[in-house]
Write a protein that binds this ligand. Structure first.
Ligand code: ACM
Length: 437
């Protein structure tokens, strides 16, 4: 991959970013589907990540909760899929829906401008359209592409999801639906020049496919043994279409369930080490983004004042301890690691300031890992932190103070669901059992 070195025109943050970078892909994924961010915020985000020596911005443009990419052939994707009547407030059983409409989408011209702006700063924008799951915003706009067809989907789906989590809604697997998705990716490839484009593939709920007679008939006709193979078939067809445009795909590690959908795919491994190991063994390039070290929506401490606590504790020191490719990793693995990525899911980050709070200063530690390899020497990094924090302050970044959230950064009374690290590790082992082959 020949993305720029991320240092082209940016003033660099006072971090250790000297010599040659350890990884070619030094990425951040920003979820603008859950929470739309206006263009000026995106351009500012590009400036900030460029100043951290990073060189990939993966833009998560679609999800159950919203569709943000203008598709000229299918205008309802943004007209209907780009707006929801409310958003979940908090996490878990005590959460509520705020009843505040949330909307927004980017025109193709705006996104072209973003691509140019980012390129000038050494950053490649990798767009992601998430299919065949995380599809509720699509189905609000075009219910005919859902399981059971238009009437059945209309009865289940009124609008993009006002809740967070994983919706059961998935695309159906008719040829017409594949053609629709192909057209969307054709337009995506016209707007974004990245050699690699994201197809999602994560957390595809299989219940509707399993219970639908028509889906089962299509599976039998195509010689597919189960729903995991059907998922791989779908993603493989999409990877073929993207390849016809001279591109290749990146997908989350679930893409390897069932069978390998595309030998040239990049695997983004987020659920522990298993997806990365299988991907590397199968000869894929892999991007490492294990949630325990790189999910910047996860809570930064176990202080009850931490706003809407989700996930395991991922402190600044934890981010600094990320060791993507340990010294004793075998060459067959190390050679396939294209790079690392921090993922910023935005369910609970509903303003620019809340985004800043989640991302900084953890991104400083991540950036040094991405540039130099990890883990960092914590006392050394900690000694250099005041200069970095002063720089963030100068840039107007509303970062998390080292001693915890200020009162205005807290969310008193808004429930969360803190996770325990051991429980999450056990859950990841369960979730990735289907990749053990
Ligand atoms: C993911 O966190 N669902 C990739």
């Amino acid at each position: 991959m020949s993305a720029g070195d991320g240092r082209a025109h940016a003033e660099l943050a006072p971090l250790r970013l000297d010599g040659e970078p350890r990884f070619a892909w030094r990425g951040v994924m920003l979820d603008v589907a859950r929470r739309f961010r206006p263009m000026p915020d995106l351009l500012r985000f590009v400036d900030l990540i460029a100043a951290h020596g990073l060189n990939v911005l993966q833009l998560h443009l679609t999800d159950d909760q919203g569709w943000r990419f203008e598709v000229r052939a299918y205008p309802r994707l943004t007209e209907i899929g780009g707006r929801r009547s409310g958003s979940q407030l908090g996490h878990g059983p005590a959460s509520t829906v705020d009843g505040v409409p949330h909307e927004g989408w980017y025109t193709q011209d705006e996104l072209r401008r973003l691509v140019d702006y980012a390129r000038e700063r050494g950053i490649r924008v990798v767009p992601e359209i998430d299919v065949p799951g995380h599809a509720q915003a699509i189905l609000a706009a075009y219910p005919e592409f859902g399981v059971g067809g238009g009437d059945a989907v209309r009865a289940r789906v009124a609008e993009p999801w006002t809740r967070f989590g994983i919706s059961d809604e998935v695309l159906n697997v008719e040829e017409e639906t594949l053609a629709f998705v192909g057209t969307v990716f054709d337009e995506l490839c016209e707007v974004f020049d990245s050699e690699i484009v994201g197809i999602g593939g994560d957390e595809v709920r299989k219940r509707l496919w399993r219970e639908d007679a028509r889906t089962q008939t299509l599976m039998a006709e195509r010689g597919l043994a189960d729903e995991e193979e059907l998922q791989a078939w779908f993603l493989g067809r999409l990877a073929d279409r993207v390849r016809e445009r001279g591109r290749r795909v990146v997908g989350w590690d679930e893409m390897l369930e069932g069978r390998d959908p595309a030998p040239d795919a990049v695997v983004a491994s987020w659920r522990g080490p298993v997806g990365a190991e299988l991907g590397a063994r199968l000869g894929h390039d892999v991007v490492l983004c294990p949630d325990l070290w790189t999910y910047f929506d996860y809570r930064q401490s176990d202080d009850p004042a931490e706003p809407i606590p989700v996930g395991t504790v991922l402190s600044l020191e934890d981010a600094a301890c990320f060791d993507p490719v340990p010294a004793d990793a075998p060459a067959w693995f190390a050679d396939r690691v294209l790079g690392v990525q921090a993922n910023v899911w935005t369910e609970h980050l509903d303003s620019r300031d809340r985004l800043d709070y989640a991302v900084f200063p953890r991104l400083g530690a991540f950036a040094e890992v991405a540039w130099n390899g990890g883990p960092l020497d914590w006392p050394d990094f900690a000694a250099r932190l005041p200069a970095y924090l002063a720089w963030l302050e100068e840039q107007g970044v509303d970062f998390r103070p080292l001693d915890g959230p200020r009162p205005d950064q807290q969310r008193p009374g808004v429930p969360g669901v803190p996770r325990d690290r051991a429980a999450r590790i056990a859950e990841l082992a369960r979730l990735t059992a289907t990749l053990a082959r």
